[in-house]
Design a protein around this ligand. Structure first.
Ligand SMILES: *Cc1c(COP(=O)(O)O)cnc(C)c1O
Length: 385
């Protein structure tokens, strides 16, 4: 009768709203990605591991033997080192000069994206008497950070000649790989190879070449090279509606809450701020204690849906900072009934991709938007430790 997927433990105390991360799905996704590409994996755990929790996710990936981790900012790398994570970590973002010494002090690999930044890394390394490990960033069309592929020869030469920087990697970032039909990706691959050819030309060993984000991993074998850098697909979510499910991956995150209020709204009465939704007949409405203050998008106002007792029901009226309302029509629901916002309940499921579409955004923004006001719970992960 009560369709519970077993997501929620009896909530004796603590917030009824929670994120549940399935570590076994994360491990399965990593395994299936590896089997698909056949090269080492740099698991991207920036932005709180796409909302899944930086440290627990990184620890679990390390236990699965992932070759490398990638973060956006030096602070994220330091947090991992302080939590005892020993896997090599590349900081993907461009360096901010005054922070360079911190990378080296915490054994974090540096993205060097210009000749100037190479000099900054060298100077810091020399001052500390300890070599910096760097990955050279080549711009092949993203125009974000990196030295343009067509003028990267001098940059590569300077990096190879540096006595204080060890060039471990060379990489670029894909702008359109989410769409398997976009011609841009192969053009970027070609530009990247042209830039890398300079290592051979000057007789330097070829560093680790990496190019593939999730879209590259899913759609373009030409981008796999020596290592891949999947983010969102590792969490079991596809980057774009145009993306193809070429790998069996399962969502690692569920988001659920519980009913905290039940009432009947009379015909003609409105619900929530701005009185934007009006009941056209007497109907039952429940209140759910999560809102945009948790990162649940306000754009889901009168658009999103949730699962209660295995059925889909619409969010009615505006999503508030801490709560929103759901119209259950003539059905019943009780206080403390589980409300699934992302995940499965009975035979129904709501994916992060669906939530993103209804909210008018991409699944990335939904996942990383869920903030630390929501407690996270971890399931599985007992094997392989
Ligand atoms: C975020 C990021 C990735 C991962 O992107 P996904 O689309 O989530 O796979 C890979 N490489 C770089 C440089 C990034 O910034």
């Amino acid at each position: 009768m009560h369709d519970s997927p077993g997501l929620m433990p009896p909530a004796v105390s603590g917030r009824p709203t929670r994120i549940v991360v399935d570590l076994d799905h994360l491990a399965l996704n990593l395994r299936n990605i590896r089997a698909h590409v056949g090269v080492p994996v740099m698991a991207i755990v920036k932005a709180n591991a796409y909302g899944h929790g930086l440290v627990p996710v990184a620890r679990h990936l390390q236990a699965q033997g992932v070759e490398q981790l990638g973060v956006a900012f030096v602070e994220e790398g330091i947090a991992l080192r302080q939590a005892g994570v020993t896997t090599p970590i590349l900081v993907l973002g461009g360096i901010f000069g005054p922070q360079v010494a911190q990378y080296i002090a915490h054994d974090l690999e540096i993205t060097v994206s210009s000749l100037d930044k190479l000099r900054q890394a060298e100077a810091a390394a020399q001052a500390m008497g300890r070599k910096a490990i760097v990955h050279l960033k080549i711009d092949t069309g993203m125009e974000r950070i990196g030295v343009h592929s067509y003028s990267s020869a001098a940059f590569i030469e300077a990096a190879v000649a540096s006595s204080w920087c060890t060039v471990k990697g060379v990489y670029s970032h894909l702008a359109c790989s989410d769409d398997p039909a976009s011609p841009m990706t192969l053009q970027q691959v070609e530009r990247f190879h042209e830039a890398c050819a300079h290592f051979e030309r000057i007789g330097a060993p070829m560093p680790l070449r990496h190019l593939a984000n999730s879209g590259g991993v899913l759609h373009f074998p030409e981008t796999w090279l020596d290592m891949v850098r999947p983010g969102i697909v590792l969490y079991g979510v596809l980057p774009d509606p145009a993306s193809k499910r070429t790998i069996d991956v399962r969502p690692a995150m569920s988001l659920a809450s519980q009913v905290v209020y039940f009432k009947v709204v009379r015909a003609g009465h409105t619900v929530s701020y701005g009185a934007t939704w009006t009941a056209d007949h007497d109907t039952r409405v429940v209140t759910v204690p999560i809102g945009y203050g948790d990162g649940f998008p306000r754009s889901l106002s009168s658009r999103g849906e949730v699962l209660i007792r295995g059925h889909r029901y619409p969010i009615v009226g505006r999503v508030c900072m801490d709560q929103f309302m759901v119209d259950i029509g003539g059905d019943s629901a009780w206080n403390e009934d589980e409300v699934v916002l992302v995940g499965k309940q009975g035979d129904e499921a709501i994916s992060a991709e669906e939530v993103a579409r209804l909210a008018g955004t991409i699944p990335y923004e939904i996942l990383v938007g869920l903030n630390d006001r929501i407690p996270r719970e971890y399931r599985g992960g007992d094997t392989g430790r």
